[in-house]
Design a protein around this ligand. Structure first.
Ligand SMILES: C[S@@+](CC[C@H](N)C(=O)[O-])C[C@H]1O[C@@H](n2cnc3c(N)ncnc32)[C@H](O)[C@@H]1O
Length: 245
């Protein structure tokens, strides 16, 4: 984009895990299946969004696109945005195969895959009914997270819903050494050998923040938080509603 200001954070750079790397992309769903119940998570998110059949939903940082496949049967249009072109290609191919297998080929036409991110995706058309972002916002440092949240509020209808799930810390920061040690051991038991390495890279190189900072940023962007939910000191989710009707 020629009119991108030189001071804008370059969100296309890969920090931590490289989501342009095909081997990472191919391994992602299997790795997640060991430490997350993705189908259950998605069912919960879709229920919380309370989508109407006419709704348009955007997912930022859609990754391999599981949410898009699940959500499209409950609304009119879903848009998956990600900064990684190989990730988007993989997600599109996976959706085509899955929806064909499930006899839902028509749903494909209502999923759009767009290269763009929190700071660069430009929404066109009617304001959105809902935005979802899971395990992606931590790719930005806190200032740029705040900018991302303000941009999301600008794309949503008044009363529109935002669901965020991410690695957000709610343990006592004074105990960071003890906490990270215990958490990494637990993840080794759950996910096997490679998992602690991924989490270690996350802790060291990516930009997870603290719960109270996250809540402050969400509220300052013009949302009320209906349901903050903190799990195991490491994961949080927030159902947020854009203020104003
Ligand atoms: C850990 S994956 C999460 C995928 C999926 N949402 C999930 O819940 O499993 C993070 C994704 O965010 C994407 N990403 C990283 N920085 C981003 C940004 N600034 N804007 C949008 N997506 C970004 C990565 O390319 C990657 O596909």
């Amino acid at each position: 984009m020629s009119d991108t200001p030189a001071w804008l954070y370059d969100e296309t750079q890969q920090i931590g895990t490289d989501y342009e790397d095909l081997s990472e992309i191919r391994a992602y769903d299997q790795r997640m299946a060991k430490i997350r119940d993705v189908a259950k998570e998605l069912g919960e998110v879709i229920d919380l969004l309370d989508l109407s059949p006419e709704a348009t939903v955007l997912e930022l940082g859609c990754g391999t696109g599981e949410f898009l496949i699940a959500a499209v049967s409950r609304c009119s249009r879903v848009i998956g945005a990600d900064i990684s072109e190989p990730m988007l290609r993989y997600a599109r191919k996976k959706a085509r195969e899955r929806l064909r297998e499930e006899g839902r080929v028509g749903d494909l036409d209502r999923i759009e895959y767009v290269r763009g991110g929190f700071l660069t995706y430009e929404h066109e058309g009617e304001p959105l009914d809902a935005v979802v972002t899971q395990f992606a916002l931590h790719h930005l440092s806190d200032f740029w997270k705040q900018v991302a949240l303000i941009r999301i509020a600008g794309m949503l209808k008044p009363g529109g819903r935002l669901f965020i799930r991410d690695v957000v810390y709610s343990f006592d920061p004074a105990d960071y050494e003890g906490f990270f040690g215990r958490y990494l051991s637990r993840m080794a038991e759950l996910g096997g050998e490679g998992t602690p390495q991924d989490i270690l890279v996350h802790i060291r190189d990516e930009h997870s923040t603290i719960g109270w900072m996250m809540e402050g940023m969400i509220e300052r962007a013009g949302f009320s938080i209906e349901r903050p939910d903190y799990r195991a000191g490491f994961i949080a989710s927030y159902l947020c509603v854009k203020e104003g009707r």
